[in-house]
Design a protein around this ligand. Sequence first.
Ligand SMILES: *[C@@H]1O[C@H](CO)[C@@H](O)[C@H](O)[C@H]1NC(C)=O
Ligand SMILES: *[C@@H]1O[C@H](CO)[C@@H](O)[C@H](O)[C@H]1NC(C)=O
Ligand SMILES: *[C@@H]1O[C@H](CO)[C@@H](O)[C@H](O)[C@H]1NC(C)=O
Ligand SMILES: *[C@@H]1O[C@H](CO)[C@@H](O)[C@H](O)[C@H]1NC(C)=O
Length: 456
Amino acid sequence: MFFLCYFLAAASASVRQTFYRSERSQNKTIEVGPGNLKLNYSGNEGKLTNYANIRNSIKAFLEQSYSFYSANDGTEPFISPTDGTEVFQPSGAYIFRPNGTHPIKSEGQVSFTVLRGSLLDEVHHRINSWIYQITRLYRDKEHAEVEFIVGSIPIDDMIGKEVVTRITTTMKSNKTFYTDSNGRDFIKRIRDYRSDWDLEVNQPVAGNYYPINLGIYTKDNRTELSVLVDRPVGGSSIVDGQLELMLHRRLVTEDDKGVREGLNETVCVVDKCEGLTIQGKYYLRIDPLGEGAKWRRSYGQEIYSPLLLAFSEQDGDNWANSHLPSFSGMDPSYMLPDNIAMITLQELDEGKVLLRLAHLYEIGEDKDLSVMASVELKKVFPEKKIIKITEMSLSANQEKAEMEKKRLVWKVEGSAEKKSRVLRGGPVHPEKLVVELAPMEIRTFIINFSRKQVHH
Ligand SMILES: *[C@@H]1O[C@H](CO)[C@@H](O)[C@H](O)[C@H]1NC(C)=O
Ligand SMILES: *[C@@H]1O[C@H](CO)[C@@H](O)[C@H](O)[C@H]1NC(C)=O
Ligand SMILES: *[C@@H]1O[C@H](CO)[C@@H](O)[C@H](O)[C@H]1NC(C)=O
Ligand SMILES: *[C@@H]1O[C@H](CO)[C@@H](O)[C@H](O)[C@H]1NC(C)=O
């Protein structure tokens, strides 16, 4: 929909970065961060201690650490809650059944290096021989980006290990945290509790684990701690004020659920086989209470669909004369509202396109952005004339009106009188061509364009 072209040339003057290597004897704290966000590390061991944002005066105690869960090998049974028999269940690819948690201490000499530049600062940590971490703080961003490289997990002791990172604050989160459902709604989770039935806690860790696709957050009466991920991982808040993500697993037993092998993926180079190494990123931020959603939604969208970089060598000097250096399919003076994302734009046959627009916010999630939004299709497609617009079902296999007619009407016990109406955008006027979207609504359209271009 939009592209920009940059021309890169070799710089004549070499770019100098100041380089800083901490000394273990040094007892001062080290402040890192070229912008509003500052992280403090203890000078002697390079441990993260504090988070501060000088723009909104957020100051918080913050720690980050690595641990692993040792896998249950199935020799310790548990009593089945359904039939009272003993079950010998090892951890495996499908089953997470830890029997203990073990902090991963830095081995020997702590390797802690700070690199400072004009656009970003980087903190490099070599935790041990198989965990490496780079924390990046950008001048124009108010979150920390943490890149982790975990593996190969040692299993010489024949103990399966599931490696987590923990982010610890002093927030009084009262057992409550939130995880996304398929990257959309955030669902409230309460540790050791289910709203629909009385939970008997047999697995205090695994029973509180949830899939994380977009992110996880927790809050108290003052602040919100949010973590966004670049891939689906497991996560939880096992202790108040703490969030954890499971980054990697390597197991020696199998869980008897069908794969018939332990989760022991290896990579072989020549004759040497090692456990898989995982490299990924997560993003971390603390906001005043009620202000975290804006970052989780808008930056979450940037993680999910980042700018696509493409490189090409310039052929001669006049490439720019024969090519467009920038292009926007939309009216240059128009922008989609901040709470709307275009999630599909696909060309179909006969001059038609499939368009999906999504509202990114839930009701009540943000004081400004959890409102009805509208998109002006005439400005989204300024060069085209829309002759017909048809609203479709989400999968676009039938018209929405047809689908609504076929929909079963459920009689729900106790909800007969008060039928809560779901808020939705209204029909699209064929002349005005403005699409309304209510919080969390996704609308799908097939648009027929006229074959003739619009001339200005
Ligand atoms: C903690 O959460 C429980 C419900 O899970 C609630 O009843 C209680 O009021 C909360 N306490 C505080 C201090 O918010
Ligand atoms: C927040 O909760 C703490 C106790 O958990 C309480 O002492 C404090 O007064 C509360 N602050 C506000 C602004 O409600
Ligand atoms: C893990 O995989 C490697 C490579 O395939 C193999 O050599 C090793 O024996 C396996 N270990 C276990 C405990 O299954
Ligand atoms: C829109 O496209 C469909 C499929 O090509 C076609 O059947 C229909 O006649 C078109 N509608 C208009 C108004 O051109």
